[in-house]
Each structure stands twice: as C-alpha cells, then as structure tokens.
Design a binder for this molecule. Structure first.
Ligand code: XIL
Length: 379
C-alpha cells in the first residue's frame, strides 16, 4: 500500500512538473478538448513547423487536439515553389508527429488564388499560360502532392475561397488566376484530379463567409453542380474567422442547408477576434488616437470582453454539438493568442486575443466554457 501511495505521489509530482514546464498548471484529472468533444466531432488546430520541436507548444497541441491543418507548408508557394521543385520535408515532419501522437491531418490547400506561385500561370515566354497548360500543371501538382501523402491524410481542402461572397452579379471570384487562365470549370477539374490522385481521401471545398445567406446559397450551388457531374465532394469547410459580432443563428441555418445538399460540415479555421475592423486599403497613421481605437488591448484584454468571447464560443459550440450528425470537425486557427495570424491581419502588428489560450499559454474563460458545456448538469 505504502508503495502505491508513493507511486501516486511520484506520478502527481511528475504531472505537475511537466505542467509547469508547458507553462500550464492543470489538475491531474483535467480533461482536454479532444476528450470532451470525442462524442461529437474532432477538435483541431493549425500547425506551424516550429511546434514539432519539444516544448510547451508541442505539449499543448498533442494534449488538446486530435487533428491538425498546416498553416502554410502545404500551400503551393511552399510545397511547390518552382516547376519540378517540391519541398516535402516540413510537411513530412508534421505527418510523422501526427502519426506518432494519434492525430489526423487535413491537407491545406491544393487550389487557391493566394500563396500560389506565378509560374503556374505563365508559359515559357512569360505570357499567360493557355488553359491546357494551366490545367496540366494543376493536375501534376494535385497528383504529386496527394500521392505523396496517400493513406496519411484524412482529406484535402481541394479548392479554397473560389466563391464571390459579396458581388450579387458574380458567383465566383473572377480575379483568381485559376479562373482567369482556366475558366469557371477549374473547380470541377480540381475535384476530378483530386479523386483520381487518391480515391480514398475525403475532398472538401473551403471558404470564408459562406455561412452568410449569399455565400451559403452559392456554396450549395457549387456542391450540387459537382455532384450532378458525378464528382466526389465530402464536405464544406466554413473557415470561421469571426469576431464579437458573430451570429450563431445564421450559422445554424447554413449548416442545415449544407446538410440538405448532402455534405459534411467542418469549421476549419476558427478564431473569434476582439479588435475593430478597418476598411481595406485605408491609410494607417499610428497615432495615439489610432492605437486607442484600433488596437485597444495591447496591455491585455479586459475581463468583460473575455467573458463575452467565452459566451459566444459557448453558443457556437452548442450549435455545433446539436448538429454533430453533420459537423465532423472544428479546427482553431492557432493555439494561443500570441500565435494568431490576426495579430498581423488585416493590419500588421496589433494585439488580438481570438483563441482559447492566452499569451502565457494559460487557458482563457473561453476554454473553460468549452469544457464546462459538455458536462451534464448535476442533478
Ligand atoms: C494564413 C496563415 O495563417 C498565415 O500565416 C499566412 O501568412 C496567410 O494565410 N484563409 C486560409 C488560410 O485559407 O490559409 C489563411 O492562413 C487564412 C485565411
């Protein structure tokens, strides 16, 4: 008996020691996000290559999440920067980390207008590539990347952000170089090539703002069009770059519409920013007044804002749990506030507070709310 107690003590001390090392103090029986949401859906985060190194970020990632999406390293600009030049080292390392820790991987992203090198769209003379040349490159890219990760990746964001969610007259983002070189059927082609490359992989369409009425309607039309041509599409990814204005009711309506169209739904890049927006292109003068208005929480986020954010995250997850028959994954775009892309977008160098862990990797009220709402009320 004495040895048992001794062992238990040792275990508790070891857990405390590692918790302190990871910057996070938790009790021995503290549940993790991936555990509490197991009956509902996968819970994920983005992945950055430095998080593969031993340390607090890796610990938190492995402890809390069961699916990852690379922030950048699988985008064409990084994995295929020049024709005939692929960089698989960093994503290979990510896949290895995932497999070792029983974490699934989502491939992001094959066909996108951003972070895609120009050479895809230029011929040998530097002129705009023909439709056939651009399609041949698309096929070669999709095939090589997907075959490299065959059997190791759950599914792929095949096409990212192709819909125009604002213009009432235009259904697609016509400024995309894919649209301009290939035409509107580049989306169909991408899904066709992806299915040929790996018939076992799930295939997704991913976009921001498609929970809103126009975006939702256009995404449903896109899904129906692909299906009517016999093409495979498994799911729609709603990015979920939201703020304190977010409406869970509108999201719920769109989830039901996507469900009706016969696809799964995923929240793929979730964050809940607390800073005001700024009209695109507006000139910034970093005066004291500007900072007070546009970057007000440099010294820390006030309690009432954090509580409001927690409430909203809670409302969101209640909707998602209610629809866990169709919602299969919820992925956060970052682990802690310090590593969020929203500190540099749409304005560089601000201090946003959109995620579940603060800059010291301590769980925020939003984290506690997300754990709490999964518990049955005690009778
Ligand atoms: C972002 C990354 O997080 C940043 O590191 C990078 O500088 C720009 O891209 N929609 C997407 C993601 O589909 O790939 C974007 O990720 C965020 C918006």
């Amino acid at each position: 008996m004495k040895t048992d107690t001794h062992c238990q003590m040792k275990f508790i001390l070891a857990v405390l020691f590692f918790s302190l090392l990871s910057g996070r103090v938790m009790s021995v029986d503290q549940p993790s996000l991936k555990q509490v949401y197991k009956p509902y859906f996968l819970v994920g985060c983005n992945y950055r290559p430095d998080w593969a190194e031993e340390g607090a970020m890796k610990n938190l990632l492995v402890q809390e999440f069961n699916v990852i999406t690379p922030s950048n390293i699988m985008k064409p600009a990084l994995i295929h920067p020049r024709e005939n030049e692929y960089h698989f080292e960093a994503p290979d390392k990510m896949v290895e980390l995932a497999m070792k820790n029983n974490i699934k991987v989502v491939g992001h992203t094959l066909v996108w207008h951003n972070q895609t090198p120009d050479w895809f769209f230029k011929d040998q003379n530097g002129k705009q590539a023909s439709r056939d040349l651009a399609l041949a490159r698309m096929k070669e890219h999709i095939t090589t990347v997907m075959r490299h990760y065959k059997g190791k990746v759950l599914g792929w964001d095949v096409v990212n952000e192709a819909i125009d969610i604002n213009d009432p007259a235009k259904a697609l983002r016509e400024s995309s170089p894919w649209y301009r070189t290939v035409g509107p059927d580049y989306i169909e082609k991408a899904f066709e090539y992806a299915h040929e490359a790996d018939p076992d992989a799930e295939l997704y369409y991913n976009d921001a703002g498609i929970e809103n009425p126009l975006g939702c309607e256009r995404t449903v039309a896109l899904v129906k069009n692909l299906k009517s041509k016999g093409l495979r599409i498994d799911g729609v990814g709603i990015q979920g770059h939201w703020g304190l204005y977010f409406s869970p009711e509108q999201l719920e309506k769109s989830i039901l519409k996507f469900k009706e169209s016969g696809v799964k739904v995923m929240i793929t890049e979730l964050d809940m920013g607390v800073l005001p927006g700024q009209p695109p292109g507006a000139e910034i003068t970093y005066t004291k007044e500007w900072t007070q208005k546009m970057d007000p929480y440099r010294e820390g986020c006030p309690k009432e804002i954090l509580n409001k954010q927690a409430l909203l995250y809670g409302e969101l997850f209640k909707v998602l749990m209610r629809h866990s028959d169709v919602v299969t994954r919820v992925t956060f775009w970052g682990i802690s506030d310090g590593d969020s892309w929203l500190n540099n977008w749409p304005i560089k160098g601000r201090m946003n507070h959109p995620l579940l862990f603060d800059r010291n990797l301590k769980p925020k009220p939003a984290y506690d709310t997300l754990i709490r709402i999964t518990k049955r009320p005690s009778s």
